[in-house]
Design a protein around this ligand. Structure first.
Ligand code: BG6
Length: 487
């Protein structure tokens, strides 16, 4: 278990805390991987007794145990685990924008280890860090206690604002104190990419432009913007998903092997990969917006009819792009990325399309369907699937495409994983490997900064429940390629 610490959650009454942070912390408590001495402090604006806060969270988590669709896998709450999590818990009501709250926190924390988790809207990030710094809460503590800050996404809304936020952070603390979180790195298949690539002699030699034709990264969702219209209107699919989640996956797939498995060695390789990506050109970028349609047989409204969305909104709910990685490994291999809300199916995955064999011996008996592809399945299925050709049984030589598939659930006992367990654990243990360094974040914004300016132009409509706009298909068709099917 990591060393003793207090976790202070700004936004302790918010959605992220309820849906993801507390369930993940509960899973850590249950598996005995919380620090032996652990305190939780929830901070938010609403006045509330600590008991009321705790009871509300308990009720929420109890309801997840009854919900077959919840990611939370426990079917009942273990009182001992709950006790370990909430033994020293308290709620502090206060205004994040006023120094008084930070003085209360200073008294509560003394000179012990502390993590400040900013589970609040992004506009508060800079101000909270400044006040933490001004109250001395990020300074070296007598006795050497650590002080870390976890920052949610979005980190800035373009390159200039990300730089500004980084400058604010680094004015108050050291880079090593800031843990910029990207929950895609908490996903099991994403964490497994390094093992797949670098622990198996059969993959690494072919993981390069000589053998790979192109790579596709898909994050298709069936959900719409739900109650997040106000946030989404000024964010859009590109900012919400691409420079953070999709680029994180891209780094794992395409970075060079680190020489050693230390956080800095890995983060260095990720930053170098991003440096090699060419600024996204407008002709390689497609924006879409969903209109009314139907998902799994149920009618759903269009984006412009959603709550807190303008009836003539130009915000994109779908983004697709072609990226070029200008380095020795990937020169000439396009990376196609797409993400969208209200698509036909939920499917997050990476597909590696290999080149044709150099001589087409079976040109007269081609197989139909997916072949010559390795697929890393991230959500909702977790696993790896390989598609290849075999000869159809019987006389004659006809090829057929088949696949074999690895599913985590078939090999390993199902572990409780809401999504933040590993990341929270790593932060408590002081391992920043899975967190984003400032230079990587800034490189990511550099790549998309030009096309962000298109946000006032009309996105191409696509009906909810479909595969996204036609322009996205054309983007690949121009190169003689097609998207992997979704659903
Ligand atoms: C979040 C985005 O960061 O990631 C959401 O803000 C999106 O819009 C979500 O739905 C997707 O994450 P996951 O884990 O559900 O695939």
């Amino acid at each position: 278990a990591p060393p003793a610490c207090t976790l202070v959650i700004f936004g302790g009454g918010g959605d992220l805390t309820k849906r993801l942070l507390v369930p993940s912390l509960y899973d850590l408590a249950e598996s005995q991987t919380l620090p032996q001495t652990f305190s939780l402090i929830g901070v938010d604006r609403t006045a509330m007794e600590s008991g009321t806060w705790r009871d509300g969270l308990r009720q929420m988590i109890e309801s997840f145990t009854q919900d077959p669709d919840a990611e939370f896998s426990a079917t009942s709450i273990d009182d001992a685990a709950w006790g370990r999590l909430f033994a020293n818990a308290r709620y502090i009501a206060g205004d994040f924008t006023q120094p008084a709250l930070f003085e209360t926190l200073r008294d509560a924390l003394g000179d012990g280890n502390a993590i400040f988790y900013l589970a609040v809207p992004a506009r508060f990030f800079g101000g909270i860090v400044t006040r933490l710094g001004e109250a001395g809460l990020l300074a070296e503590q007598e006795g050497g206690a650590f002080r870390r800050v976890v920052i949610e996404k979005p980190f800035g809304h373009d390159l200039a604002s990300a730089r500004e936020l980084d400058a604010t952070l680094l004015h108050q603390g050291r880079e090593a104190q800031f843990y910029r979180i990207d929950h895609f790195l908490g996903k099991e298949t994403v964490q497994s990419i390094m093992a797949l690539r670098f622990a198996n002699g059969m993959f690494e030699p072919v993981w390069r432009q000589e053998y790979i034709d192109h790579i596709q990264i898909t994050a298709a969702e069936t959900v719409g913007v739900e109650q997040r219209g106000a946030f989404y209107e000024v964010t859009g699919a590109l900012r919400d998903m691409v420079p953070n989640h999709l680029f994180t996956i891209l780094c794992m797939i395409a970075m060079e092997p680190p020489n050693i498995l230390t956080p800095e060695a890995v983060r260095e390789e990720k930053a170098k990969l991003l440096q090699a990506i060419r600024v996204l050109a407008p002709e390689d970028y497609v924006r879409g917006q969903y209109t009314a349609g139907s998902i799994n047989g149920a009618d759903v409204p269009g984006y412009r009819e959603e709550p807190n969305v303008s009836p003539d909104s130009t915000t994109e709910t779908y983004a697709a792009m072609k990226l070029h990685v200008d380095n020795w490994r990937w020169g000439g291999v396009p990376f196609y990325l797409r993400t969208g809300k209200r698509m036909q199916a939920r499917q997050t995955e990476i597909a590696i399309f290999f080149k044709q064999a150099p001589h087409r011996l079976f040109a007269n008996a081609p197989s139909h369907g997916l072949t010559n592809i390795v697929r890393l399945l991230i959500d909702p299925v977790h696993g790896i699937q390989m598609h290849f050709d075999v000869k159809k049984p019987g006389p004659g030589i006809d090829l057929a495409s088949v696949y074999n598939s690895f599913r985590y659930d078939d090999f390993f006992p199902k572990t409780a994983n809401v999504g933040y367990e590993t990341l929270l654990y790593d932060c408590m243990a002081g391992d920043p490997m899975l967190f984003q360094r400032s230079d990587a974040i800034e490189e990511a914004w550099r790549i998309v900064d030009d096309v962000l300016k298109q946000e006032k132009s009309q996105p191409e409509p696509y009906a909810a429940g479909t595969l996204g706009p036609k322009d996205a298909d054309d983007l690949l068709a121009r190169d003689g390629r097609a998207w992997l099917p979704v659903g």
